[in-house]
Write a protein that binds this ligand. Structure first.
Ligand SMILES: Cc1cc2nc3c(=O)[nH]c(=O)nc-3n(C[C@H](O)[C@H](O)[C@H](O)COP(=O)(O)OP(=O)(O)OC[C@H]3O[C@@H](n4cnc5c(N)ncnc54)[C@H](O)[C@@H]3O)c2cc1C
Length: 511
């Protein structure tokens, strides 16, 4: 049985692997020239700029998601770097008892607890209970997301609920706590400010920070050396080893349907490629409203288009520099307050800068040099997308001007202006252009207030047979784990609907 898969992102490659393992003949059609989709990095003037993962949740044996990764990759053979400090946050209004304005978020929980207690013995009860609850979260791992049933049902079905009773208490205890509310519970002014700034001027649920901290501690949130593109290529290699085929530079322009049955795909060069099943892992809106012309929708999908029921995840304006300096004495990831606020051309105002220094990965820059990436998360992505569409020249000059604004600010902190070998800027329009993700979304839907909300974009569309959909848009929050779980779950569904028992081929040797 032949399955055409649209997209060679992590969802498409993972689905390809699982389907090959289950005896389907698959072929992936990807519009770009490389695998990975959003999970990518690009070369510029001898520097590698990373556009995605700073850490991979489930990278080590401390998390059960590691088992899922191991179904697809030989994780032991992949070099992951586990940082001692997740990030350094520089506060503005206070200093700690040593006169420092740098808050260090250690990844080792013992070290983090000792650090916090040293800074603020008066907050010991709060600190010990905070760290103890993060430790408890280590037992629960990632939720059993995305089966062919909604989240809660699948949790009940697939996992021993008794194990989740404690998690339910933890969830109820922390669900309403944000960095803003939690910071107010500290007596120490430095910790109050630092905890509030765990997120950049944003009120975010503490659990969003606590879950990764649980896995950083057990070294299961590592950075893949070689960057996101290297990580994506492991999936591509595995897929090809399993006998899959990939066609790059092959954009799909239509899914051909006859009598409500998907019959194959039409490529942009007008080639028709027939198949028994079509699986799209490309952007949900493109798939539903362009490739399928909006013919298979329900009210929920129509509402989604207007962003009425779910919001789209942040996009990002990413400014990168190749710097002719070592910089390894600086933290690998830090956020500092700006003397003068930066006003982005899209209208977003930033009073801090978030800087990644890739001095820890030799693949990112020539020896003695460093790739530096500054990320500005934005919801005003239509500005960039519209500008690139309507006035390409103005889009380019706006980018150049903004790079100079960012460079001025960065120079005040790092003194690097005369050492710049490379400058680069990606915008929401870049994300849309290269991956087709709606509004330049980096992770599909924003989870919002309800951490376990489900996505109305299901694996099947109403009244359309022989067609399936799975990607990071399949569950709010997105990210690589969701992309893989969506691929795994849709394969289970395809197996079930075709009378096969879902199975995993864990062999890593070439087939
Ligand atoms: C800046 C940034 C930082 C991130 N950080 C993290 C992180 O630290 N941890 C984490 O887990 N996740 C992170 N993510 C999110 C993660 O990268 C994505 O959620 C995930 O890669 C999505 O995979 P996907 O396969 O579902 O979708 P995509 O990556 O969008 O893949 C879809 C593929 O379909 C292709 N395609 C689209 N239209 C067509 C067409 N018409 N024809 C053929 N092919 C088509 C695209 O080119 C693309 O290759 C980050 C993302 C960004 C941008």
């Amino acid at each position: 049985m032949k399955i055409n898969i649209i997209g060679a992102g992590i969802s498409g490659l993972s689905a390809g692997c699982y389907l090959q393992m289950n005896g389907f003949e698959t072929e992936i059609f990807e519009k770009h020239t490389i695998p990975g989709g959003l999970c990518t990095s690009w070369n510029k003037k001898g520097f590698l700029v990373d556009g995605c993962a700073h850490w991979i949740m489930g990278s080590g044996p401390g998390s059960s998601f590691y088992k899922i990764y191991n179904e697809l990759l030989d994780m032991e053979s992949i070099p992951f770097l586990n940082h001692d400090i997740r990030m350094v946050i520089e506060v503005k209004e206070t200093v700690d008892k040593y006169g420092s304005n740098q808050f260090k978020l250690y990844t080792n929980l013992n070290q983090l607890q000792a650090y916090l207690l040293d800074l603020s013995p008066e907050d010991s009860v709060l600190i010990i209970s905070f760290i103890s609850d993060i430790r408890k979260m280590q037992k629960y791992d990632l939720p059993p997301i995305l089966d062919d049933l909604p989240f809660v049902k699948s949790a009940i079905r697939g996992f021993k609920m008794i194990k989740y009773v404690e998690f339910l208490f933890l969830f109820l205890k922390w669900n309403n706590e944000t960095n803003y509310t939690f910071s107010k519970r500290f007596k120490n002014p430095f910790l109050q400010e630092a905890i509030r700034l765990l997120y950049d001027n944003e009120e975010v649920k503490m659990m969003v920070m606590m879950m990764p901290l649980a896995f950083f501690d057990v070294k299961s949130c590592g950075y893949p050396l070689g960057g996101s593109i290297a990580f994506a290529k492991y999936f591509e290699t595995r897929y090809l080893e399993l006998g899959g085929k990939i066609q790059y530079r092959k954009a799909v322009k239509e899914i051909i349907v006859e009598d409500n049955v998907a019959k194959g795909i039409l490529l942009s060069n007008n080639t028709f490629v027939p198949s028994d099943i079509t699986l799209s892992t490309a952007d949900w809106k493109l798939t539903v409203f362009n490739l399928l012309k909006g013919s298979y929708v329900n009210d929920k999908l129509i509402k989604l288009k207007d962003e009425k029921s779910l919001a789209v995840f942040y996009s990002v304006v990413q400014v990168s520099f190749g710097i002719n300096a070592d910089l390894s004495d600086l933290p690998h990831f830090f956020r500092f307050p700006l003397d003068e606020k930066i006003v982005s051309p899209d209208g977003t105002i930033y009073d801090r800068m978030e800087v990644h220094l890739y001095h820890y990965d030799p693949a990112m820059a020539p020896e003695g040099k460093t790739t530096v990436v500054i990320s500005f998360y934005t919801l005003n992505r239509d500005f960039w997308i519209d500008l690139r569409t309507t006035d390409r020249r103005k889009y380019r000059t706006t980018k150049t001007d903004f790079i100079m604004v960012v460079l001025d600010s960065l120079d005040k902190r790092l003194n690097i202006k005369d050492k710049i070998d490379m400058m680069d800027m990606a915008t929401p329009a870049t994300i849309l252009r290269y991956t087709n993700n709606w509004k330049g979304s980096t992770q599909g839907w924003l989870p919002g207030k309800n951490l376990i909300a489900s996505s109305p974009v299901k694996f099947k569309l109403p009244k359309l047979s022989q067609f399936y959909y799975a990607s990071h848009w399949s569950q709010p929050g997105g990210g690589l784990p969701i992309a893989i779980m969506a691929a795994r779950s849709v394969t289970k569904l395809i197996c079930k609907q075709n009378g096969k028992k879902f199975s995993i081929n864990k062999r890593f040797e070439t087939i």
